[in-house]
Design a binder for this molecule. Sequence first.
Ligand code: ZN
Ligand code: ZN
Length: 195
Amino acid sequence: MSCDFSFRHYAECAERIGASDHDIEMIHDIDFEPNNVLAMAEIEHRYGISSTYFIRLHARTYNPFALPHLPVFQRLTKEYGHNLGLHFEPFFYAPSQIREAITQERSMLGFALGFEINSVSIHEPARFGSISPEDIPIGMKYYCWDAPYYAGKKYISDSGSRWREGCMCEHLHREKLIILTHPDSWYNRTSAENY
Ligand SMILES: [Zn+2]
Ligand SMILES: [Zn+2]
């Protein structure tokens, strides 16, 4: 198995994850374009994986309320059984507004998609700062490397199209694992398909 960011290798990993009885959770931050999310969602569905896709509301490159992106996100749940989460951007608010902002954005996104949003992750926390877990509305699951939910679990990420601790396929022996991938980083033959 050779490691790269091809959907071929993604499918090899997904097959192993789907067959594993370990606690392995797959999450995805949609940072730039939703172009790849259905390809990724289909692969996961094929191997019995239910993952969570986090959607931005302030991206310059896509709009979850607009055609053609709204139906793409709806298909993630309706066709493939995945979850949708809010990829929250604290930069747009004062610290005192964060809790209210998450509540409002969660509500807007959920209403538009016709799907309840129960998860939130933070966009670029390393550069623009994270938030306090106390600002997470009751009943929402908080995904971020400093989230209490991550305690006791190994967390790996392909941020910047680079696995800092080795490809996800090298971690599948772990009992508890959270794998964050960015659909923008994956391709069939070359990254030029995406950007
Ligand atoms: Zn690999
Ligand atoms: Zn992000």
